[in-house]
Write a protein that binds this ligand. Structure first.
Ligand SMILES: NC(=O)c1ccc[n+]([C@@H]2O[C@H](COP(=O)([O-])OP(=O)(O)OC[C@H]3O[C@@H](n4cnc5c(N)ncnc54)[C@H](O)[C@@H]3O)[C@@H](O)[C@H]2O)c1
Length: 335
């Protein structure tokens, strides 16, 4: 699989670029705000947590960092975040949909009965991680497309998770929300070249990252000797996806040395990675990277290239025809 190592990346083309990030007050978001500001980027972050956000702004003491309180579940608050960023900086170049919460309670608690199941459960995780992310992505894409000239590079980066594609015990709503994020990625990479002037869109699917979200399993993770991501790895990966325009992307992804001699990280002629060759797109787009120990492995290319193996030759052939048809028929707007 194609990969890049976030720990050895240092993007050089983000100075003065304007970023908007959700959930920037702690964890991955805070490290990203800090790292981007250190590269000379201008960063506006939105977060629910006013106290933590203000203390981050105070700690960084950077004229390039500002905060606007924003609950991503509230559409108008997301709009206000982008309106504020545009009024402060005159344009928006990159957006990072990072805000998220971990599983709350147990959706399929074995102590549930036909009486207790009558009580409506809390679906906060879906509201923040999926509905909030979709709200953020919509407003972000429109604000970035608003004044985008053809040569300009703009990106949306989505925080999914390893739980976005690997089964994860007892993370019922979290897992659904992070799968949903990859669904959004896959449809946006087809739609954006036409609908959003070629704004690039990618996703990150980290395994364990050392933040408050994972504090309960940190000791067991380390004891098992598993590779951990640090928040700085995520900050660098997020920065690199934004930096991977048509000039930077070609040298970014390395190719895994495989014993069978198959060359990966290439488009093939059977319809694979069609999103990468759509007119008007340039730079790295449509990818979802699994992260462990700071290394970012692209899962989309492998899924696409090997579909005839995991799905079978016959259905794979049909899917290629369906995709060709859908490209011809196009997208029809519905009421
Ligand atoms: N920590 C991990 O191991 C890990 C792994 C995979 C994916 N992720 C994802 O990375 C993202 C960041 O997680 P983190 O580990 O830094 O956690 P974190 O709890 O440190 O940070 C989450 C941030 O989101 C903010 N937030 C929560 N609800 C919000 C809302 N409604 N509106 C606006 N902001 C809100 C919080 O205030 C906080 O600042 C999340 O989407 C998470 O699912 C984390």
């Amino acid at each position: 699989m194609p990969y890049f190592n976030a720990r050895t990346c240092s993007p050089t083309n983000l100075k003065d670029k304007v970023f908007v990030i959700s959930g920037g007050s702690t964890g991955i978001g805070a490290a990203t705000v800090d790292y981007l500001a250190s590269l000379g980027a201008r960063v506006v972050f939105g977060d629910l947590n006013r106290a933590a956000s203000e203390s981050l702004v105070e700690k960084l003491k950077s004229p390039n960092v500002s905060f606007q309180q924003c609950d991503v579940r509230q559409y108008q608050e997301v709009v206000a975040l982008f309106r504020y960023a545009l009024s402060e900086h005159g344009r928006i170049d990159h957006a990072v949909a990072n805000a998220g919460v971990i599983e709350q309670g147990n959706w399929f608690d074995k102590s549930l009965t036909i009486d207790s199941v009558e009580q409506e459960p809390n679906a906060l995780v879906l509201d923040v991680n999926l509905k909030g992310l979709i709200y953020f992505s919509r407003v972000a894409a429109v604000y970035m497309a608003h004044d985008k000239s053809p040569g300009e590079d703009k990106t949306l980066t989505l925080l999914s998770s390893a739980a976005g594609f690997i089964e994860s015990r007892n993370l019922f709503l979290y897992q659904c929300s992070k799968h949903g994020v990859l669904g959004l990625l896959r449809t946006c990479r087809l739609a954006f070249p036409d609908a959003m002037k070629g704004v690039r869109v990618n996703a990150l699917c980290p395994s364990f990252v050392r933040t408050t979200m994972t504090k309960d399993i940190a000791a067991s993770w380390d004891a098992a000797g598993l590779p951990a991501n640090e928040v700085e790895d995520l900050a660098r990966a997020i920065a690199m996806l934004a930096a991977a325009d048509s000039a930077t992307a070609p040298g970014l992804l390395e190719v895994e040395k495989r014993s069978d001699g198959i060359v990966v990280n290439e488009m093939n002629s059977t319809g694979a990675m069609q999103w990468g060759v759509v007119e008007g797109q340039s730079g790295l787009t449509g990818r979802a990277f699994y992260l462990e120990g700071g290394v970012c492995w692209d899962i989309e290319e492998g899924l696409d290239r090997t579909r005839h193996l995991w799905l079978g030759e016959q259905p794979d052939g049909q899917i290629v025809k369906v995709q060709q048809l859908m490209r011809k028929v196009g997208y029809r707007e519905r009421d």
